[in-house]
Design a binder for this molecule. Sequence first.
Ligand SMILES: [Zn+2]
Length: 343
Amino acid sequence: MYDLHTIDEASPKPSMYAVRNELVANKADWQYMLSARTLQLAIADLGKAWQNFFDKAQPDWGRPAFKSKNAARQGFKTDRAKVVAGKLRLDKPRGVKDWYDIRVSRHADLSGTLKVVSIYRENGQYWASLPFEVELENKPQTGKNSAVDVNVGHLNYTAGVINTLPKRLGKLYQRVKYYQQQLAHKRVVNGNKATKSNNYAVMRAKLQRDYRKVANIQHDIMQKFTTELVNNYDKIIIEDLSVKDMQMSHVASKGLQRSMFGYFRQVLSYKCAWYGKKLLLADKTYPSTQRCSKCGYIKHGTDKITLQGNAQHQTKHNEYICYNCSAILDRDENAVANLLDLI
Ligand SMILES: [Zn+2]
C-alpha cells in the first residue's frame, strides 16, 4: 500500500517522521472517525521500538512484540484526554456530533497532571487507565515501627490481624479451580479442537471474569493495608515471602494467594519509597516462628512447631510454648514480635 521508496529517498532509515507523514497522508476514511492521537501515538510507539531495536541498554530492546488483532486485550492511547468536573473527557474525533464525558468512580483521586491515557477492551469490558503525575511529600514520622507476619488467610502486624481470605474470595478461588479443571478436561478429551468451540470460549470468558474479580478484591485489601502501614509507621519489617510458599499446601488456589503476597511486597515497597518510610526484609534463615520473643530461645529438631502445632508436646496450631522460660504466646503474635526485634 505504501511506497517504500519514498521513505528510502527521504531518509536512509525509516524514521518515525517519514512513517508518520506517509500514514497521515494516506489515512482511510474510517480513520477520521478516530482521535487523531490514536495514530500519532501508535507511530510514536513504533518509532521508540525501532530506536530500541539494537540498543541492548534498553529493557525492551530487540524485535517489538507483534500485537495480534485477535489478542484478548485491544486498545489505543491518547494524550489529549482531560478530567473535567470529575469526568473523563476523551478528545472528540472530527465530524462526531454526540460526545459525552465518562463518569469515573467517586472514590478515585483525580488530582495531578494526567499523562497518556490508555483505553482498552478486555473480556468484553472497557477500561481506562489514567496515570497522573503527582508531587509526593514524605508522610510525617510517627516514631513507631511495625512488623508483618504473612500467613495463609491472614496477615499479623503490631496492631492486629488483616483477613486476606474473606469468604467471597474463597468462593472465587473454588470457582476458578472448577473452571480451570473443566477447561483442562475439554482439552484432554477433544484436543486442540476444543479451544475453538463456543462452549470453551464462554467458559474461558467466565474464568477470566473471575480472575478479574479476584484481583480487584486482593488489590483492595492490600492497597488499604499498605496505606495504613505507611501512615502509621516509620520502619516496617516483613519476611522474605518465599519462606511461606511451602506452607500453603491446603489452600484451594495457591497461585492466586501467592500472587497476593507478591503484590503486597511490591506495593509496600513503592509506597515506602514514595512517602519516606523504610521497608526492611528479614533474612530467609531468620527463625521468626521458632524463636521465643521473650527470651530468645530457638526451638530445634522435634521441638519445632509446624502449622499443626507440635504433636509430641501436644501444642495447638496457634500456640507457642517456650521450653526455656515457659512463656505461652500466640504463635503469630510471637512471630511479629520476633521480626520487630530485628529493627
Ligand atoms: Zn522463652
